[in-house]
Design a protein around this ligand. Structure first.
Ligand code: PLP
Length: 373
């Protein structure tokens, strides 16, 4: 356990600490940029930088050399703009809702155009505005989520006048299975994307998310869009995570007890002890983003010892079986590790039946957040 954290516990009386290592974030960006060079490394900072705090994350990435930032929604773009300087570009992945075009153009924010309607709306805005407006054109290469169909892309390529007024910066697509290098969907999407991009000669390609960066140079295009790998999540399934951990979560013990065999634990009394057990209740639950699916499945760690979660996760707390620790080891205020050196983000996500992305973006607002460099 980190003495600095313990010290702050006494200072603030916080129940749980979420420590975000901005130095590791920076190193993750630099490692991806090195792997991509000479291709540009952008950064996906949607959903409050995957829950970690866009106001802290974006300036660190900018300082590390990032100039291309992706968010999902226009409202996120206007927030992000406050934390960046005018040498940066902000792209809106989901595109614009009708009516947002003029404000977007005036703010200098760049939409991803995902449909013929969005192309027409953006072109009309450019003409009304009397100047060319930048955009990315997304083509659906097989995920069936966002982007022009291959057919619509073909029609647009034939009738290029519909793009009049639009300064097309990139042709983009998104990979559905990039974290799994063995999945044949990658090559299929790559071929489809190459065909689509060929319809727009001279326009730079933009394809790779975190996983795509690890599929090889072919997938890098001219600008990559890593998200999860920046925040320490694994970009590659089934192999060792090459990224540095960014998030650490430690939660305080709020009560300990010793119970006899046959004791019911938690709501519904679903867990019943067999033999005398020592229990510790800790101060975080599903309202803090620790899924209820961790009940009777997940664990916390203390001094390298695995402490299983017993009974149902409550809203504000959960109970651990701490019998494997010597009596008296945990006391009021002791911090146990939920995410850290003994339990990766991927492990807790696996135990919760979800993915690292959902754990990060669900991290609660009650944690004492501390940013380290
Ligand atoms: C979220 C997102 C990304 C980032 O994906 P990661 O897997 O987190 O690297 C890239 N591109 C698009 C279109 C996205 O929606």
């Amino acid at each position: 356990m980190d003495s600095k954290v313990t010290e702050q516990l006494y200072c603030s009386g916080a129940s749980a600490y979420l420590t975000i290592d901005l130095g590791a974030l920076r190193q993750n960006y630099l490692a991806l940029a090195e792997r991509l060079a000479p291709v540009a490394a952008g950064a996906v900072v949607k959903a409050n930088a995957y829950g970690l705090g866009v106001e802290r994350v974006a300036p660190v990435l900018h300082d590390a050399g990032c100039r291309d930032f992706f968010v999902a929604q226009y409202s996120e773009a206007t927030t992000l703009k406050r934390y960046l300087t005018s040498d940066s570009r902000i792209f809106v992945l989901n595109g614009l809702q009708p009516g947002a075009e003029l404000a977007c153009a005036e703010a200098g924010i760049v939409p991803v155009l995902n449909s013929p309607e969005q192309v027409d709306n953006w072109a009309a805005t450019a003409r009304a505005h009397g100047r060319r407006l930048p955009a990315i054109l997304q083509i659906d290469s097989g995920m069936s989520r966002l982007g022009l169909s291959m057919e619509d892309a073909g029609a647009l390529a034939v009738d290029r006048s519909r793009l009049d007024g639009i300064d097309l910066l990139y042709v983009m697509s998104h990979l559905a299975s990039a974290e799994d290098a063995t999945n044949p969907q990658n090559a299929a999407q790559f071929q489809a994307f190459r065909q689509a991009a060929a319809l727009f000669p001279g326009i730079a390609p933009c394809l790779a998310n975190s996983g795509g960066i690890f599929l090889g140079k072919d997938y890098h295009g001219a600008l990559a869009r890593p998200g999860i790998a920046l925040y320490g999540g694994s970009p590659t399934a089934g192999t060792e995570n090459p990224m540095q951990p960014v998030v650490r979560l430690e939660v305080a013990v709020i009560q300990t007890r010793t119970v006899p065999s046959g004791t019911h634990v938690g709501y519904g009394g679903t867990f019943v002890t067999s033999g005398e057990r020592r229990l510790a209740t800790i101060a975080a639950g599903y309202a803090d983003g620790l899924p209820r699916h961790l009940s009777d499945r997940g664990a916390a760690y203390f001094s390298g010892v695995r402490l299983p979660i017993v009974g149902l996760v409550s809203m504000d707390s959960m109970t651990l079986d701490v019998t494997d620790l010597a009596p008296g080891t945990l006391t009021l205020g002791s911090l146990v590790e939920l995410i850290g050196p003994h339990q990766t983000l991927e492990q807790i996500a696996l135990d919760a039946g979800t993915i690292s992305y959902e754990i990060l973006t669900s991290l609660g607002q009650r944690y004492h957040r501390q940013y380290r460099y």
